[in-house]
Ligand binder design. Structure first.
Ligand code: GLN
Length: 292
């Protein structure tokens, strides 16, 4: 299965980070060591996202990315181009396509929006049916929480039609998950129902697991300043240094500060800090219906 990597801290060169250590993300593409069922190498493409600081005071950083459907070791741009770009945050991934899913550039993480970058390591079995059901649940969450016909109507409408899933840039579970997640991120407000990116990840994972308990959902999200991640089935380790933090499917070196993260956790990281809390399950729909 795919391997991913997130960094926040002082500026690093994107390509250097991807090739850093004897067990770098680059090496993990052909010699991963913790694949936990399914897949042997990550040769179905790769990608990296980095952020450009805005010249406007207070404005958010803008994300840029590079992706290629070819194996990472065939692309000299990793060293020759990405090796010269600097960023305070990076999200990078190498892909092992789930059987039946297309091998194309648009299917390679990171998926991005103006400010966000996202990677998914895992699979949602029967994703076409499951994610339509997840969308319907999210629609109910917003309809129940927001009054009708107010300025919040845009947020109410976010998940009102499954047609939104057609915006996925590739016919993969990961691209469709990104459509749902970026909708939740766009709907963040202090009043809720979604109040933070961590909240958005928690709601998405819990809703997918309610419909598909066998889903594997190691998600990684960044906005150039923070990283957020979940563990659900696959491996993830964290390295918290004085002034930077790295989240990685597998440690890239033997630094004793690497810590493996347990399953079913929600992680928030900033430079030099990381908080890890349990992911919560949602109650079953039948229990909720019985109560309402
Ligand atoms: N299911 C996703 C894809 O096919 C992610 C695969 C993975 O984690 N190996 O792109």
């Amino acid at each position: 299965m795919c391997r991913h990597l997130g960094y926040v801290g002082p500026p690093v060169r994107v390509g250097e980070l991807m090739m850093r250590g004897p067990h770098s993300l680059y090496v993990q593409s052909w010699a991963p060591s913790e694949m936990r069922a399914g897949g042997t190498i990550n040769a179905d493409g790769f990608g990296a996202a980095w952020w450009r600081r805005s010249d406007v005071e207070g404005a958010r950083d803008t994300v840029a990315r590079y992706r290629n459907q070819a194996p990472i070791w065939t692309d000299p741009a990793v060293a020759e181009v990405l090796g010269h770009l600097e960023s305070r945050s990076v999200i990078a991934a190498v892909r092992s396509a789930t059987i039946g899913m297309p091998i194309e550039r648009n299917a390679c993480a990171p998926f991005t929006d103006e400010h966000w970058a996202f990677s998914h390591n895992g699979v949602v079995p029967d994703w076409r049916t499951i994610l339509v059901a997840v969308l319907a649940d999210l629609n109910e969450v917003f309809a129940a929480a927001l009054p009708p016909a107010t300025e919040s109507s845009d947020r109410r409408a976010l998940f009102s039609s499954p047609a939104v899933l057609l915006e996925a840039e590739s016919l993969t579970d990961s691209a469709a998950l990104w459509v749902l997640l970026r909708g939740l991120l766009a709907a963040i407000t202090p009043e809720g129902p979604v109040t933070s990116p961590a909240d958005a990840l928690q709601l998405l994972v819990a809703t997918v697991l309610r419909h598909q308990p066998t889903a594997r959902l190691n998600l990684l999200l960044g906005n150039g300043v923070h990283l957020w991640a979940t563990t659900c089935w696959h491996s993830l380790s964290v390295l918290v240094a004085d002034d930077y933090t790295v989240l990685s499917s597998e440690p890239y070196d033997a630094d004793p500060r690497w810590q493996p993260i347990a399953d079913h956790q929600l992680i928030t990281a900033t430079p030099g800090h990381c908080t890890i809390t349990e992911l919560h399950a949602l109650e079953s729909p039948t229990t909720e219906r019985a109560r309402s």
